[in-house]
Design a protein around this ligand. Structure first.
Ligand code: AMP
Ligand code: MG
Length: 464
């Protein structure tokens, strides 16, 4: 099958999107094509040429979506400034947005150029690939296409387009936009989103309250999964929070090496708003903004909105239950409860600042790493305590990755491409991240954390 579109978003009010045309490109070149994803979408890779994947040959008129968002706490009206949805592709009863990122300016670009650098699109490709293989709901990357343009950021680089695939690009911020700019559309829009993502709620008495509750639960699952693998999203603005619990917008994101709840690598996040350990309270704050955007749906009865707010009051309890259940699995504890030992372990992690990923492998198989932190009396003590109730190896192997996309390895691979146009390091890394739970001793260099100096100086950037 080749791409074919049935774009239901265009049936919505035209204030919610703009019709757009991708920028002209002379020699688009496919750098990467995700063959597994082609299969998942029922696509023949032979039918996907660079003209189609770069938006030069169009099957129908693309759109850019309008949305708003709280960016670092401040409300702003936004929209796809450098993204265009080519159309909605349906396969096996599932609907997917096929979106180009970096394909030129749109009515929402402001002063932005609408473009993206090749290194940032390769970076998004590898992060989304790793997240998918780590078993975390995520946007997918179908392809990276290099363009003939050059894009100026901290350094000048070739431009690129990422072909991104998601269940939809609807976010908390889309609701914020509709509530503030097109409020008469809110009910129809919410019904559309329920139909598309939560159709089982359609006949429920309290479908809007239940909708909020389900969005909250899918977002909690997503963030708890981030905490499981040490992922720091980096820009949890409400416009980057998917309505379906899909991780997306891999900008200044990273995987943590040395355990530190204050870890943040983004150049713009000076106060640590989106640090590793703040992802839970920020999610709750974002859900509060999402709840506000739904308020007009409850005009007839303020009592009903109280019920929605009561759902948000359950946030802590639901999050903590999921978090502890996830941590128990990481520690191989089969019974319920046991929060005290989990807390004691977390205290040890905070204190020791050991490598997050490798610590669980070392707990499971002592002697895996030659690191003095694991010869300390404190570590032996915590391992002894755990061995009485946990350390079930089968459970740990399924929950704890052997490999994560370490920031320094990604930078090395990207530099090799930028300096030598050589993708071999990048492809080696993709190969390791294809099965991140599977041990490959020959590749143990991929398990090494960077020097603490590298980590403390490492910085990521927005809009790259
Ligand atoms: P982000 O931080 O990537 O979530 O982007 C925030 C907003 O800035 C979104 O509305 C983007 O579409 C827009 N944006 C980011 N980079 C660019 C760019 N190079 N050109 C135009 N718009 C951009
Ligand atoms: Mg964004």
């Amino acid at each position: 099958m080749s791409l074919s579109f049935d774009t239901t978003y265009k049936d919505l009010d035209s204030n919610l999107y703009s019709r757009v045309t991708p920028e002209d490109i002379n020699n688009p070149e496919i750098l990467l094509l995700n063959e597994d994803l082609c299969d998942g979408l029922g696509l023949n890779k032979e039918d996907l040429n660079s003209q189609i994947l770069s938006g030069q040959k169009l099957l129908e008129e693309p759109i850019a979506q309008a949305y708003a968002g709280h960016q670092f706490g401040s409300y702003t009206v936004l929209g796809d400034g450098r993204a265009m949805i080519l159309g909605e592709h349906v396969h096996d009863g599932n609907r997917y947005d096929i979106q180009l990122k970096g394909s030129g300016r749109t009515p929402y670009s402001g002063r932005g150029d609408g473009n993206a650098t090749v290194s940032s699109m390769l970076r998004e490709y590898i992060y989304s690939y790793a997240m998918q293989n780590l078993g975390i709901k995520t946007s997918r990357s179908l392809a990276v296409i290099e363009t003939d343009g050059s894009v100026q950021r901290r350094r000048t680089e070739p431009g690129a387009i990422l072909v991104r695939v998601m269940r939809s690009h609807i976010r908390y911020g889309t609701f914020q936009y509709v509530a503030s700019q097109a409020s008469e559309e809110l009910e129809e829009f919410t019904d559309y989103v329920i139909d598309r993502h939560y159709p089982h709620l359609n006949n429920k008495d309290k479908k809007y309250t239940d909708f909020f509750d389900e969005v909250m639960r899918s977002s909690i699952n997503m963030v708890v999964d981030w905490m499981r693998v040490g992922f720091i999203h980096g820009v949890m603005n409400t416009d980057n929070m998917s309505i379906d619990g899909e991780t997306f917008d891999y900008g200044p994101c990273t995987f943590m090496n040395y355990y530190d709840e204050d870890a943040v690598f983004s150049s713009v996040d000076k106060r640590g708003r989106y640090s590793f350990g703040n992802q839970k309270p920020i999610l709750k704050w974002n859900l509060g903004r999402f709840a506000e955007s739904l308020k007009q749906l409850f005009q007839e009865s303020s009592h009903a909105f109280d019920e929605l707010e009561a759902k948000l009051d359950n946030f802590e309890e639901i999050f903590d239950a999921k978090y502890y259940s996830m941590m128990r699995k990481k520690l191989g504890i089969k019974s319920d409860g046991e929060e005290a030992i989990v807390d004691a372990f977390l205290d040890w992690l905070r204190e020791s600042r050991a490598d997050y990923t490798n610590t669980f492998i070392e707990l499971e198989t002592p002697g895996s790493f030659d690191d003095p932190v694991y010869s300390s009396e404190d570590f032996k003590h915590i391992r002894n305590e755990l061995s009485g109730i946990g350390l079930d190896r089968k459970m740990m192997k399924k929950t704890n990755p052997r490999y994560i996309p370490r920031n320094y390895l990604i930078e090395e691979a990207l530099n090799e491409y930028l300096e030598k146009e050589n993708l071999s390091k990048f492809k080696d890394l993709l190969n390791v991240l294809k099965n991140p739970y599977e041990s490959k001793d020959a590749n143990s260099q991929f398990q090494q954390p960077p020097s603490e100096k590298f980590d403390s100086e490492y910085t990521t950037y927005c809009n790259t």
